[in-house]
Design a protein around this ligand. Structure first.
Ligand SMILES: [Zn+2]
Ligand SMILES: [Zn+2]
Length: 126
């Protein structure tokens, strides 16, 4: 794959590595181009869902949650058609507690039960 320089300043290197390792590099790059780096996090700067404050974008013309789309673009293993729905059999938790973070390295797949438990422990609302 040709090396391209992504226009996001200090995170260029991290982002290029993520894109190179992604199951769907085109989608992941498209998402990460619209993020800015904050520490280890890649913060989505595009649209947000009215509920929950998660980043929202489109993949194949369908509205999707940015963190789910980024996770799936990197690992390629979320259930078909579930990118727009946090309440599927696999929920994606932000281990960095920043719900606008699009870094797949900060996303942990959990069952709903595990996810609820995690949030209770973190005292995190969503
Ligand atoms: Zn993060
Ligand atoms: Zn969570």
């Amino acid at each position: 794959m040709p090396v391209r320089i992504l226009p996001i300043g200090p995170s260029t290197k991290i982002t290029q590595t993520l894109v190179d390792d992604a199951a769907d590099p085109i989608t992941l790059e498209r998402i990460l181009r619209r993020c800015i780096q904050d520490g280890e996090c890649l913060i989505w700067t595009g649209g947000r869902a009215t509920q929950g404050g998660y980043g929202i974008t489109t993949v194949n013309g369908q509205p999707v949650l940015v963190h789910r789309a980024a996770y799936d673009a990197f690992y390629g293993n979320l259930p078909e058609g579930s990118l727009g729905h946090e309440s599927s059999s696999v929920e994606i938790h932000h281990s960095c507690i920043n719900r606008l973070c699009a870094s797949p390295l900060h996303h942990t797949p959990l069952t709903r039960k595990q996810h609820n438990q995690e949030h209770v422990e973190l005292r995190m609302v969503a």
